[in-house]
Design a protein around this ligand. Structure first.
Ligand SMILES: Nc1ncnc2c1ncn2[C@@H]1O[C@H](COP(=O)(O)OP(=O)(O)OP(=O)(O)O)[C@@H](O)[C@H]1O
Length: 591
């Protein structure tokens, strides 16, 4: 009921199509019993009564009704098809819009495959229901009522016999639908598993090849493929078991017509023409009963899909604008970032513990620390991808919670650790999210990111289409394009989350120099594993296990002879040797 109420709010947006469609279905079903009626009249009045003058009008009526029915069927099928497309267009748009508003937490706990199946398979179940099942249900009921009404007007006794057989056919149809339902649900689940294996193998095919694991993957696929085949055969076996029974009982209707109708004719209680009419009309009683099982199954499939989609649409983003919301013009934007006793956990394990620091406008701050120590988490919290559990984060003394989300994410720009490039040209990828940007501006940021030269060296230059996720580019090239994309937004706070990890030292240093020439004021936050990447920062924060354990400049941290000093020594080999001779032998943090 909830699902029907839910879909109604979308269907009612197409009132005219619905009104036309349902009226047409009712008239169409009514006309369905008119043809047998006139066939009966031809038998009785033309053949038996020898009134041949009636043949032409009766035949013309039959042909006219048949033509009208064909036109009406076309009309209402098109109306419902177009209505269903309107309905799923709206639902799909709502879902897509929501996917962009939902938080990282939502995507952390929902699998891509699941979301994709809601956007495709479940949406298709909605389309099938609105385009076909919704009016087939009405057609079945109306057709049954009209046909029974006609039988009743012809002969009451006969209609009572039909009514006594009808529940048997309906019962068998319902039993069949009940038996086959779990089989279909198994098939759908198995199909989704099969899809997941295929999807993972397509996107992870390089890993499969790198590990020469084709046989293992083929075996995995064969297992799911076999299971799918078995489930299909099982469903077919249920189908094959019930089909003859259904056939038998539906044919029994015709036996009833011949037996009971014949007896009534012999006893002069029924004319030949009426018997012919009954013989045709009985089909219209039979069909809805046989279809009942399928319609119920399809309706249940619709309800299951509607609940899943409704569940998604009803999901509310946890992180949103609330309370006092400030825009860019409402407070002075200088780029001062402050953490005051911030604690945070993704699930149960604390990831940041009572973290406090202050980065002044225009400063370059660097975060260094072991993998998993919480560096990226700090950046995620500044952008409000997640909400702090305790403490306060401010941008220019304003709690980030009070800054309009779009404003916050446009003044704070992050080049993420996992580079994602769209299937588009390089230019399109760099200019992503900045409308009306000139080619010169794209070139300028590409130069800053040390990407201009390699892009120009491609035969298609900036028009080179990069494949899915940036296929065709090296890791370092992808990172530089992503960096150029971030720089183009001219953020007040620029966050570089391990953005240069795939680059050689020379290129990295060149990029650092370039960024220093940026002609707009910005605060820069850098996450890096190499001391060489952070040594020039105004402030360096050393993280360990969710805590800032040391902070200061490169020199002051070396003087402290603490953790930073150990890492420096570790990365540069013999410290004394390196201190006098800055030959830089790079090893990763903590290696
Ligand atoms: N989305 C998430 N859900 C649950 N736990 C997470 C999530 N993201 C990170 N973590 C966990 O939080 C901790 C800190 O992760 P974070 O990415 O902040 O570390 P990091 O210092 O940036 O590491 P790296 O240097 O490897 O990038 C890790 O233990 C990680 O497993």
């Amino acid at each position: 009921m909830k699902a029907l109420k839910w879909i109604w709010q979308y269907m009612k947006l197409h009132k005219r199509k619905m009104a036309y469609g349902y009226t047409s279905v009712i008239i169409f079903s009514f006309l369905g019993v008119i043809i047998p009626y006139y066939i009966g009249k031809i038998v009785d009045e033309v053949i038996e009564g020898k009134d041949y003058s009636l043949l032409q009008p009766y035949l013309l009526t039959i042909i006219g009704v048949a033509l009208l029915r064909t036109l009406m069927a076309y009309g209402h099928n098109m109306a419902f098809e177009s209505l269903s497309q309107g309905v799923i267009f709206k639902i799909r748009s709502q879902m897509y819009d929501l996917l962009h508003r939902l938080d990282f937490t939502f995507f952390d706990s929902n699998r891509t495959g699941d979301l994709m199946s809601r956007m495709t398979g479940d949406i298709d179940a909605i389309r099938h229901f609105t385009a076909h099942v919704s009016h087939q249900l009405l057609k079945a009921v109306v057709m049954f009522v009209f046909a029974l009404g006609m039988i009743f007007t012809i002969n009451v006794k006969f209609s009572l016999v039909v009514l006594s057989v009808a529940p048997i056919i309906l019962g068998v149809a319902l039993l069949f639908s009940k038996a086959v339902r779990p089989r279909f649900s198994d098939i759908r689940k198995q199909f989704s598993k099969l899809n997941t294996v295929v999807q993972e193998n397509v996107s992870g095919n390089r890993v499969v090849k790198a590990f020469a694991n084709e046989d293992f993957e083929t075996e995995k696929f064969t297992k799911e493929n076999e299971a799918y085949k078995e489930k299909m055969i099982l469903a077919a076996s249920v189908w094959e078991k019930y089909l003859p029974i259904m056939e038998f009982f539906s044919k029994s209707m015709f036996i009833v017509v011949i037996l009971v109708g014949g007896l009534l004719v012999i006893n002069d209680n029924l004319s030949y023409g009426e018997l012919v009419t009954l013989n045709t009309v009985i089909w219209r009683v039979n069909m809805p009963l046989q279809m009942a099982g399928w319609l119920i199954n399809d309706t249940q499939r619709f309800i299951a899909s509607a609940e899943k989609i409704q569940g998604l649409i009803d999901t509310k983003p946890v992180i949103k604008n609330e309370g006092v919301v400030l825009n860019e013009e409402d407070f002075p934007l200088n780029g001062k970032i402050e953490f005051k006793n911030v604690s945070f956990k993704y699930k149960d394990e604390p990831v940041l513990k009572d973290v406090s620091f202050c980065i002044n406008p225009g400063q370059k701050a660097a975060f260094i620390g072991a993998t998993g120590s919480g560096k990226s988490t700090i950046m995620n919290l500044i952008c409000r991808f997640y909400e702090v559990d305790d403490g306060l984060i401010t941008l220019d003394r304003v709690n980030v919670k009070n800054i309009d989300l779009k404003t916050l994410r446009s003044v704070v720009s992050i080049a993420m650790q996992d580079v994602f490039l769209f299937t588009d040209t390089i230019e399109g990828n760099i200019a992503y999210g900045v409308p009306d940007v000139s080619v010169e501006q794209v070139y300028e940021v590409a130069r800053l990111a040390d990407a201009h030269e390699f892009i120009k060296s491609f035969p298609e230059g900036y028009d080179t289409i990069v494949g899915e996720r940036g296929v065709g580019l090296s890791g370092g090239q992808k990172q530089r394009i992503a960096l150029a994309r971030t720089l183009l937004t001219k953020p007040n706070v620029l966050i570089l989350d391990d953005t240069t990890s795939s680059l050689d030292l020379k290129t990295e240093q060149q990029i650092q120099k370039n960024i220093e020439t940026i002609n707009y004021k910005n605060t820069t936050l850098i996450i890096a594993h190499r001391i060489s990447s952070v040594r020039n920062a105004d402030q360096i924060f050393v993280m360990e296990d969710g805590v800032v354990i040391e902070k200061g400049t490169h020199e002051s941290l070396l003087e402290q002879k603490g953790h930073y000093y150990d890492v420096y020594k570790n990365q540069l080999g013999d410290f004394d040797h390196v201190a006098s001779n800055t030959s830089q032998k790079e090893v990763n943090y903590g290696a």
